[in-house]
Design a binder for this molecule. Structure first.
Ligand code: 2AM
Ligand code: CA
Length: 276
């Protein structure tokens, strides 16, 4: 697709996402139909499904030859990044949607032959729309985001869930202890797409997680790279956008410091298990 095609797509997706946002907001005043998926805290609601169906139908209507990976099953079975690929999460942060009625987002990332091209993350209740067409700058609503600055670990806010510093099956619980002790503070918002958007906006300086799916991080990675940030797997290796993965994201120097620390811990026998 050429640049003008991407601009048309941006207009369309912005319209769909804002419309979906209105529906999500309205739905909070009616009873939700909630079910659990892989665990008691892994939830899906009637709204996850309804919004995904709406978005997938729109994409298929206007871009019938594009492929879609999405969370709730309306997308395609994909094993290649060839062509245009959409990574769609109708509600990122479903637990927040259900329990807090805030801090959830609609996230859409669009890739062409594996290259990030367009990103859209909409914080419905905060009415903050993070978006970018790769190469044309990243935005929070109409405000252009600045390139990420170098931040020392001692001055950094690090976004990570407590999950990763208590016993868990993916990473030794003490791998990050030094990072947590030395940094300026930690935060956790419970919606990965927003947490990646906050890194891109400089609201937090780095984000660490051991387990995300393509629809959770697809858009966020594009935003972070657009502002000069780095995102890799926890051991520093590249992210494969077709797979579940760990992620360390941040400005270049801080990303390097965190990954070097993790690699050093691994060299001392600490485990790090990527999701299958
Ligand atoms: P979700 O709400 O779309 O499932 C919560 O810390 C963040 O991690 C959310 O962005 C959530 O996305 C994501 N996540 C990925 N895998 C998860 C899982 N198995 N259970 C809960 N949250 C998960
Ligand atoms: Ca979701």
């Amino acid at each position: 697709m050429n640049h003008d095609d991407w601009l048309v797509l941006e207009k369309q997706v912005t319209g769909w996402i804002k419309e979906a946002g209105v529906r999500l907001k309205k739905s909070l005043s009616a009873p939700l139909n909630i079910r659990t998926k892989s665990a008691h805290n892994d939830l899906v609601t009637n709204m996850d499904k309804a919004i995904e169906k709406y978005l997938v139908e729109k994409i298929k209507e206007f871009y019938p030859d594009h492929k879609i990976i999405s969370e709730e099953g309306f997308g395609d079975k994909i094993d290649s990044t060839a062509g245009v690929l959409w990574l769609v999460d109708p509600i990122d942060g479903t637990l927040n949607f259900v329990m807090q009625k805030r801090f959830f987002a609609i996230s859409i990332g669009v890739y062409e032959n594996g290259q990030g091209k367009a990103a859209f993350i909409y914080d419905v209740m905060g009415d903050e729309f993070f978006h970018c067409i790769a190469g044309s700058g990243a935005y929070r609503n109409e405000e252009k985001l600045a390139p990420l600055k170098d931040v020392r670990l001692e001055d950094a806010l690090i976004d990570l869930s407590m999950t990763w510093v208590k016993p868990n099956k993916r990473v030794d619980q003490d791998v990050l202890t030094d990072i947590v002790r030395r940094c300026s503070g930690t935060r956790a918002y419970g919606a990965a797409s927003l947490e990646l958007a906050y890194v891109a906006s400089g609201l937090v300086d780095a984000y660490f997680t051991m387990r995300l799916s393509p629809w959770d991080y697809g858009a966020g990675l594009i935003l972070i790279r657009e502002v000069g940030g780095i995102a890799t797997r926890a051991d520093g290796s590249p992210i494969d956008i077709l797979r579940r993965t760990s992620i360390v994201a941040g400005g270049e120097a801080l990303h390097h410091e965190i990954v070097a620390h993790i690699q050093d811990q691994m060299a001392h026998g600490k485990f790090l298990r990527e999701p299958l």
